[in-house]
Design a protein around this ligand. Structure first.
Ligand code: SIB
Ligand code: ZN
Length: 430
């Protein structure tokens, strides 16, 4: 039994309607045992919360963590050129060891910027799972599969193997999904095969949807459908849980279709901005009852895994899109990055808010800085002023992964050294 007490912090539980208050959090093993204005019980370890704000850890609901090796390698291109001419050739050179180190680089950045759980879709997932296990972060892992050529079922086999090997592992921190990459890389029979695997294993589906106008045109030409209708036709939208990334180009009918899904949409505003994809109709999706979470997408496109950037971009884009700054609030954007993401990862009962009984996935933000004072409204400050570098302490599953900005489960120097060499080799000549 291990216990940690956070004492005298400003606690922002993010439970609907609860305002921030001064108080304590008592963590026993992996869970929050109690939380309130004053807890008498003493723990083996006490964290001084004075000057700090405690909030739920952020959930990055769509990521390709080893793409951190490709950060700022290829920018200012159109998505299909970027993907086909730059990303895929570089990915083809990545060894399982590269993936392992790339994932560690991504995880280090996430822990240092307040992300405590993420949904990942990539290749060589065993190595990513090892990195998650070692570092202490929480993750939903997906072997992304494309169905453009017949590979004799190799990719789908790896997808099944990942689930069998890793679902529920690392003290329950790892869960899994099945990941048909996107409508434009997966023909109907392949989508159905992926869906059958997900149904058989009882896990969610994670896929990309309606990211660009080119995708919409391609699917229209091939199937005379919108990408969303295409997913509905293949049965994917009726699955028990589906995690959709992007959802930028949606018709009013598409939005109605998405209102009925279980799971939700991961909005990736920074990646969408940078690749000039468009602005997802987040407000309309929420109105239709679709859960929306936030993701960064890979660092190959977004260039950063700092979820505070996504929170800002979300609020600003929705305000701009409606022409009304009162139409979308700081609180809504923050809830998407926490409870919304928790729902998308299938962990709503476990994470996303600070409550007794929930998993202790908590971050402490140091507010004793010029750009974070005075504290009139914590919500506004968190959404509009705080950046990832203001996170002081990161706790996942009751374990402290960063304290005073020092990573406790990873050797940061070693990660920087390893990834610099590997990144150079992978991208040489591309
Ligand atoms: N290449 C794998 C497929 C999927 S893994 C996830 C893939 O998503 C790709 N990816 C990353 N960001 C984006 C994006 O914004 N849109 C579409 N694909 C992306 C990424 O390059 C990676 O190849 C295979 O051979 O089976
Ligand atoms: Zn993606």
């Amino acid at each position: 039994m291990s216990a940690i007490k956070i004492k005298g912090a400003t606690i922002f539980t993010m439970v609907r309607g609860e305002a921030p208050y001064e108080g304590d959090i008592f963590i026993r093993d992996s869970r929050i045992a109690s939380i309130g204005p004053s807890i008498a019980e003493e723990a083996e370890e006490t964290l001084d919360g004075r000057g700090m704000l405690a909030m739920p850890g952020l959930v990055n609901a769509h990521q390709h963590s080893p793409m951190s090796l490709l950060r700022a390698f290829s920018d200012d291109l159109k998505l299909m050129d970027w993907l086909e001419r730059k990303m895929l050739p570089a990915e083809n050179r990545m060894t399982p060891e590269d993936i392992y180190w790339g994932a560690k680089l991504g995880i280090a950045e996430m822990i240092k910027s307040g992300t405590t759980a993420f949904a990942d879709m990539y290749i060589h997932m065993n190595e990513i799972a090892e990195a998650v296990k070692e570092t202490g972060i929480r993750a939903s892992l997906t072997r992304g599969v494309i169905g453009l050529e017949d590979d004799g079922g190799r990719r789908m086999g790896e997808a099944a193997d990942l689930i069998d090997r890793w679902h529920g592992q690392a003290d329950g921190r790892i869960t899994t999904m099945v990941g048909p990459h996107a409508p434009y890389t997966c023909p109907p029979h392949f989508m159905k095969e992926a869906l059958a695997l997900a149904a058989d294993k009882g896990v969610p589906v994670h896929t990309h949807l309606a990211e660009t106008v080119e995708e919409t045109a391609k699917i229209r030409e091939k199937y005379n459908r919108t990408p969303t209708e295409y997913l509905a036709d293949t049965g994917l939208l009726s699955h028990d849980h589906i995690l959709l990334a992007h959802g930028v180009h949606l018709t009013p009918e598409d939005i109605k279709l998405l209102g009925g899904i279980k799971g939700g949409m991961a909005h990736n505003p920074v990646s969408n901005l940078k690749l000039a994809c468009g602005i997802a109709p987040v407000a309309e999706l929420l109105k239709q009852g679709t859960t929306v979470g936030l993701g960064t997408d890979g660092a190959g496109s977004a260039t950063t895994l700092d979820m505070f950037e996504e929170i800002k971009a979300t609020a600003w884009l929705q305000k701009l899109r409606s022409g009304n700054p009162a139409s979308f609030t700081a609180g809504e954007a923050l809830a998407m990055a926490t409870a919304g993401g928790a729902e998308l990862l299938g962990l709503r009962g476990e994470i996303g808010t600070l409550e007794a009984g929930k998993k202790a996935d908590i971050i402490l933000i140091d507010l004793r800085k010029p750009h974070l004072q005075p504290v009139h409204h914590a919500e506004s400050l968190l959404a509009y002023s705080v950046g990832g570098a203001d996170v002081d302490t990161t706790i996942v599953n009751g374990c402290i992964l960063m304290q005073g900005r020092r990573l406790l489960t990873m050797d940061e120097e070693e990660i920087l050294r390893e990834t610099a060499v590997r990144a150079r080799r992978i991208t040489a000549g591309i």
